[in-house]
Design a binder for this molecule. Structure first.
Ligand SMILES: Nc1ncnc2c1ncn2[C@@H]1O[C@H](COP(=O)(O)OP(=O)(O)OP(=O)(O)O)[C@@H](O)[C@H]1O
Length: 502
């Protein structure tokens, strides 16, 4: 293979790379029909169209139904393959949209079902996630406008933004009043004294959405002249009690963005924002990663740190598979409640790194959602009814017969309960900490054993592949990485190179 320095981009090389891309794309099977039943947590990828400044690069992303393929020039150590070969890797999502998809197509696939769930009384979420400049605000704004015309029972609108540990009301008078976030009696984190603006027409809703957008913190950066510098939540509250919340997250930024901020002469303020944005997004990613670990059930005691930041506290209802869906005895089991819209840009360089990172986390969410679906089918102690749990505690004999009265809980509720809460219950009923420990540990061990057995029997649980690898982005594992070259239609070669060019 002949290599040349990555900086030596030429029209001829770009043409060869585009030819490789075409050959790759034409080798893909036609994507299957979109899923007929949408899981409670639906993970979708949207690719932004290239901006004029990105015209001199081949598109690094090919969405194809439940897969998104990302590409980079083959090469290593700053050198690219001079014959235009590219390396491709596949990420899993539930569904994907190309840069030519319209807002109405995205709305139909991602929001219409949520609107039904919200009208049925559920709290539902659309979370726009992705690196800076990938199109989150564009999508969130378009989907909100389409939802406004689709929903005829919106009674109130509220909107707030999070900047680090500060929550500001975007619809208060005067605007941007600071609000506290508190945990209510049911354990849910809520923004206190948030302005709930009553609405009676579509025009009023749209005017409030414009007001919220006007007061949201934005700034001009090199990546985006109108970059959002906060996480923004906009909520449409429905007459029946349900709601649809659009969360437009601030975009993650990397070293290149910091260098750009310095060039623009406002580095200090941007650096502070960048730290806050990346810090809270880091907490969000950690929750997503640990949700998957927890869903896999390899360790019964995985703690997902939702309380680490305001963002994760307020997103818990949308992200925690055990709280999704609203229906059923212990929560969960209801309809589609969250659409996680992963946004990616088609360019190379820092955009490419952001794309891989975004898709890594989207894939974690897809896997966690599949594990959760399988868990629902699983009929071990976790699936016990309240009376089965009471009978089991009684069956432990002695003092446990009296303690069983405070365990009128489903298997799922007992499984997710903190050890401290089990202790509180047992002590309130006259038991000891040792009694609580025995109940807590025995139950969790039974769940783990039942899962192990189901796995051994090749039962409900499907074997998942290795964790996604990230093109030298630090992730390990057996990536599905293929080399494609111009004129190599359908041919693919397993890639053993660990090149980091983008
Ligand atoms: N699907 C699309 N079609 C056409 N233009 C788009 C699309 N998505 C994004 N854009 C354009 O790309 C630019 C960046 O989009 P946007 O501001 O929504 O990015 P962002 O992810 O919200 O960025 P940040 O995190 O910096 O706020 C804007 O000029 C926007 O109009």
């Amino acid at each position: 293979m002949a290599f040349q320095p990555q900086t030596e981009d030429s029209a001829a090389l770009l043409a060869l790379q585009n030819e490789s891309l075409l050959s790759f794309n034409s080798s893909l099977p036609p994507p299957p029909h979109p899923p007929s039943s949408i899981p409670p947590s639906y993970v979708v990828c949207r690719v932004r169209p290239p901006l004029p400044s990105e015209a001199d690069s081949f598109s690094r992303v090919t969405p194809s139904g439940p897969a998104v393929h990302v590409h980079k020039p083959a090469g290593k150590a700053g050198l690219v393959d001079a014959t235009g070969k590219i390396v491709s890797k596949k990420f899993q999502v539930h569904s994907s949209f190309s840069s030519s998809s319209t807002n109405s197509e995205v709305y139909e696939a991602c929001c219409q079902d949520l609107v039904k769930s919200a009208a049925g009384g559920q709290d539902t979420f659309v979370i726009c996630y992705g690196q800076t400049g990938s199109g989150k605000t564009y999508t969130a704004t378009s989907l909100m406008t389409l939802a406004t015309s689709d929903l005829d029972s919106v009674s109130h609108v509220s909107s707030f933004e999070l900047r680090g540990a500060v929550c500001s009301d975007l619809l208060s008078t005067p605007p941007r009043n600071e609000r506290k976030v508190r945990t209510d009696e049911s354990g849910t984190d809520v923004v206190q004294h948030l302005e709930l603006a009553p609405v009676s027409s579509r025009g009023e809703i749209e005017a409030l959405l414009r007001t919220a957008a006007e007061f949201r913190s934005t700034a001009s950066t090199l990546a985006n002249p109108q970059s959002s510098r906060s996480h923004c939540f906009t909520q449409l509250h429905l007459e029946g009690g349900g709601s649809l919340t659009f969360v437009d997250l601030a975009g993650a930024e990397g070293k290149e963005d910091l260098a750009a901020h310095c060039e623009m002469g406002n580095a200090e303020e941007r650096l502070k924002e960048m730290k806050e944005i990346n810090g809270s997004l880091g907490d969000l990613k950690e929750c997503i990663r640990l949700n998957l670990e927890k869903a896999k059930g390899r360790s019964a005691r995985v703690h997902v740190p939702y309380r680490r930041s305001l963002l994760t506290r307020l997103l818990r209802r949308a992200l925690d598979p055990e709280l999704q869906g609203g229906g059923g005895e212990g929560g969960g089991g209801g309809g589609h409640s969250t659409t996680f819209l992963a946004h990616v840009a088609p360019g190379g360089g820092s955009q490419f790194k952001g794309t891989v990172n975004t898709l890594n986390y989207a894939e974690f969410m897809v896997k966690a959602s599949r594990e959760e679906e399988e868990r629902k089918e699983f009929k071990g102690p976790e699936a016990w009814s309240k009376s089965q749990v009471v009978e089991w505690v009684k069956g432990l004999g002695g003092e446990y017969v009296a303690l069983s009265e405070v365990f009128v809980l489903t298997g799922k509720q007992l499984h997710i309960m903190w050890q401290g809460d089990v202790v509180k219950r047992v002590i309130a009923a006259g038991g000891t900490e040792a009694n609580a420990e025995l109940i807590y540990n025995t139950f969790r061990d039974m769940v783990a054993d039942a899962k192990k057995k189901a796995r051994k029997e090749g039962g409900a649980r499907r074997k998942l592949g290795p964790p996604p690898a990230g093109f030298g982005a630090g992730a390990k594992g057996g990536a599905e990485a293929l080399i494609y070259g111009a004129g190599m239609s359908g041919e693919c070669v397993e890639n053993s190179s660990k090149g980091g060019n983008a």
